[in-house]
Design a protein around this ligand. Structure first.
Ligand SMILES: *[C@@H]1O[C@H](CO)[C@@H](O)[C@H](O)[C@H]1NC(C)=O
Ligand SMILES: *[C@@H]1O[C@H](CO)[C@@H](O)[C@H](O)[C@H]1NC(C)=O
Length: 330
C-alpha cells in the first residue's frame, strides 16, 4: 500500500500566480474560445442525443460519444462531500463508520487499491469518486513505466517529478482508459480526472482547449460505458462544451479568483459543483471575512463548498461551521 502519494500543497501554492493569469486570460479570450469551440460543441451535442445525425453531426471528425447509460450515478446540485487525497481512509471493514456524514467521498484511486475502503463506504451508503491524474505523468504509480518519453512535456511548477503529457497521444489515452478500468474494478461510482487543463499552463506540448475537450470526451465515454459518472476538474473554458457529458464539476479556488459564475451552469443543470477553497487558516482557524468570501462568493450559490488545507487531508470545515476530521492512516 502506498502512503506517499504527493501532497498537493506545492502545486496549489505555485499555481496561484498562473491561475490568476488564467482568469485574466479567460476574461479576454473566453468569448473567442467559446465561439471557436461552439461548432464542435454543437456537433457533439447533436451526436450525444443520438437521433440528431444531421450535417452538423458528420461535420466533426471527433469520435462519436457513446450514449450516457441511465444506470449511472447522477448526483444533484448541493450534494454534500468530503475530499481526501493525501492518505488512506482508516475504516474498519468489520464495523464501518466514517466522519463526516456526507453523501460523497472523493479519494485518491491508486492509494486505495487493495483496500476495503470503497466497499466500506458503500456499506455506509456513501458514493465514491476516485481521483487520478489524467493530464500529468507522476512517478511511482503502478503504470508509470508505460508513459512514452516522447509524450512528456514540461515539469509542473513545484513538482520536479511530475510532467505535463500529450493528452492527444493514443498511447496516453490508452493508459488513461486503463485507469478508468481500474476505477471500475474498484467499484468507484465516479471519477475525478485531474490536470485536464494543461492548455492553461506552460506545458511545452502546445496543448489547446480542444485537446482537453478530446480527452474529457474520451474519458466520459470510457467512464459511462462502465456505468461510472465523471466530473470536470477546473478547466473553466470548456464548461459549456463538456456540461452535457459531465455529471458533476470539481473546482478549486473559484471564490479566491472570483470565477465561480463560470461553473454555475452545472448547478443550473442540477449537477453539483464540488467546490474547494483554501482560505488562510483552513481548515479550522479561518477568519470571518475569509470564510464569508469562500462560502458566499458571487456565482457560487448551491455549490458544495468545503474549506480545506492545501494538502487535502482528513480535516474539513463546512460553511455551516462544522469542523470534522476523517480518520486516515498517516
Ligand atoms: C501529440 O499527439 C498528437 C496525436 O498523436 C500529435 O499529433 C501531436 O503532434 C503530439 N504533440 C506533440 C507536441 O508531440
Ligand atoms: C450498467 O448498468 C446496467 C443497468 O443496471 C446493466 O444492465 C449493465 O450491464 C451495466 N454495465 C456494466 C458495464 O456494468
Amino acid at each position: 500500500m502506498e502512503f506517499n502519494a504527493k501532497s498537493r500543497s506545492p502545486r496549489g501554492k505555485t499555481s496561484r500566480l498562473s491561475r490568476r493569469q488564467r482568469i485574466v486570460l479567460s476574461a479576454v479570450v473566453g468569448v473567442v474560445v467559446i465561439v471557436a469551440i461552439l461548432g464542435l460543441g454543437l456537433g457533439l451535442g447533436l451526436k450525444n442525443r443520438g437521433g440528431g445525425g444531421g450535417p452538423a453531426a458528420t461535420a466533426t471528425s471527433s469520435p462519436s460519444p457513446a450514449p450516457i447509460p441511465s444506470a449511472i450515478w447522477e448526483p444533484k446540485a448541493g450534494t454534500s462531500w468530503q475530499i481526501i487525497l493525501n492518505s488512506v481512509l482508516d475504516i474498519d471493514p468489520e464495523s464501518p463508520s466514517v466522519e463526516p456524514d456526507v453523501e460523497v467521498y472523493d479519494i485518491d484511486m491508486f492509494m486505495h487499491q487493495n483496500t476495503q475502503v470503497i466497499p466500506s463506504l458503500h456499506k455506509l451508503g456513501k458514493k465514491v469518486i476516485c481521483y487520478f491524474s489524467a493530464g500529468s505523468y507522476e512517478p511511482n504509480r503502478p503504470d508509470s513505466d508505460r508513459f512514452p518519453q516522447k509524450d512528456m512535456g514540461r515539469v509542473l511548477d513545484g513538482w520536479p517529478d511530475e510532467k505535463w503529457i500529450n493528452i492527444s497521444s493514443p498511447a496516453i489515452l490508452q493508459i488513461m482508459a486503463g485507469r478508468v478500468e481500474i476505477a471500475s474494478r474498484m467499484g468507484c461510482d465516479g471519477i475525478d480526472p485531474d490536470n485536464v487543463d494543461g492548455y492553461q499552463n506552460d506545458n511545452d506540448l502546445d496543448l489547446t482547449s480542444l485537446d482537453s475537450i478530446g480527452l474529457m470526451t474520451f474519458l466520459a465515454d470510457e467512464a459511462h460505458k462502465r456505468n461510472m459518472s465523471i466530473g470536470l476538474k477546473n478547466a473553466g473554458d470548456i464548461v459549456k462544451t463538456m456540461l452535457p457529458r459531465m455529471q458533476f464539476a470539481v473546482n478549486e479556488q473559484c471564490a479566491e479568483y472570483k470565477a465561480c459564475s463560470i461553473f454555475s451552469p452545472f448547478v443550473r443543470a442540477d449537477k453539483p459543483v464540488f467546490h474547494i477553497e483554501y482560505p488562510d487558516g483552513a481548515p479550522f482557524r479561518i477568519g470571518a471575512t475569509e470564510k464569508d468570501e469562500s462560502c458566499n462568493a458571487p456565482g457560487a450559490k448551491d455549490f458544495s463548498t468545503v474549506l480545506k488545507s492545501l494538502d487535502l487531508s482528513g480535516e474539513v470545515q463546512f460553511c455551516d461551521g462544522r469542523k470534522q476530521t476523517t480518520k486516515t492512516f498517516q
